[in-house]
Design a protein around this ligand. Sequence first.
Ligand SMILES: Cc1cc2nc3c(=O)[nH]c(=O)nc-3n(C[C@H](O)[C@H](O)[C@H](O)COP(=O)(O)OP(=O)(O)OC[C@H]3O[C@@H](n4cnc5c(N)ncnc54)[C@H](O)[C@@H]3O)c2cc1C
Length: 378
Amino acid sequence: MSFDVVIAGGSVAGLFCAREVAKNGYRVLVIEEDFEIGSPEHCGGLVSASGLEELGIVPSAKTLDNHIHSAQLSSPGGTKITLDARKQKIIVVNRREFDKQIAHQAQKNGAEIRVKTSLKDINGASAITSAGTFDAKIIVDARGANSLVQKDRTGALQSAQYEVYADWIEKGLVEVNFDALRYPGFFSWIIPAGNGIGKVGVAGRSINAMQALEKFLEQKGSYSTIRKVFAPIWVKGPVDEFVSGNTVIVGDAAGQSKPTTAGGIYSCGIGGVLAGRAISKFLEIGKSSELDKYQKFWTAKFGKEFEKQLYARKMLERFDNRTVDRIFSSVTPQMLSDISENESFDFHTTALVKLLGVRGSIKVAQTIFGSEIRRLLG
Ligand SMILES: Cc1cc2nc3c(=O)[nH]c(=O)nc-3n(C[C@H](O)[C@H](O)[C@H](O)COP(=O)(O)OP(=O)(O)OC[C@H]3O[C@@H](n4cnc5c(N)ncnc54)[C@H](O)[C@@H]3O)c2cc1C
């Protein structure tokens, strides 16, 4: 059987790509190796409403779990700072439903989706799958972080995330806890789906994520676990080439999630949309320069911000707990209200610079990490 485009991976990046290609009238097949689109869910679901709007999604009642009003950050020594997040309009989506909503959009545009079908190999213009071989002019790799981690382990952190019922989960409040010993290079988090229900996770370099998460949960109090997920998160930024011959890489498979938080619904989703548009144009006029526009446009949008996030990450990986405590104690109410008022959830390095006190009075981080800070500011 032949298609214009075969997409391996039926999650945000692959499905947005399929929606765009099908909208332009081309024959698209999405193959997903799992039994169901959206499952198993491996995401906290935190995303900005503006990001979703740009992706062309109005969350359905089933998709929308929660609205976030505040984010509380805790230092290793127990100092807490709270950011008012109402201006950023951050929501929590249920990825099991969200991915199905995109799949429905793609299907309405004419895309065909098959689950329980996995890509085994690419041979020229043929996608070799568990359900046979499909010929295609373009093959899209949207297989997520796992496919990238197999090529390069250095950019991945191990994460564990449990969906839990617990009285201490507050609807509307995201919690982030830093501790360089327990979660080196990352943090633990609580993302509420409602009162008493949410996702609690940890990630870090070279840690046993399951043990670290269970220790964190024990300290929080009693809880019941209803789902467990263990997955790598990619924090090293985009790969060098998004397009190679007739293969186009999108989403986490192309390293398109944020180097700071590994959030990827928005930036990977946009990767899918831009790839879908470039592929459609390529199919229309046959010039390979049209395909190259995908990487050009994605980099124009996210390149600079991701570079800065990578510098921020380098610093985070070198901070010890004492430094983190000092930074927390230097944060003023004025800085917090400035960040709450002016900063973006998706492009957040200016907020980080403000939190690090570079433009404040103490400048702890600048003394310790001069060159990275200058790059972060640049
Ligand atoms: C614990 C955790 C929490 C997260 N929380 C957030 C958050 O709160 N907000 C946010 O924005 N991002 C979050 N992310 C990141 C976000 O989930 C990803 O960036 C996003 O899902 C990437 O989408 P994708 O389509 O590129 O890849 P994925 O969502 O990973 O999808 C890849 C798909 O490809 C399929 N596949 C794999 N191999 C094959 C094959 N051979 N053939 C066919 N199909 C295949 C997989 O089954 C999967 O469905 C989180 C990630 C993790 C691990």
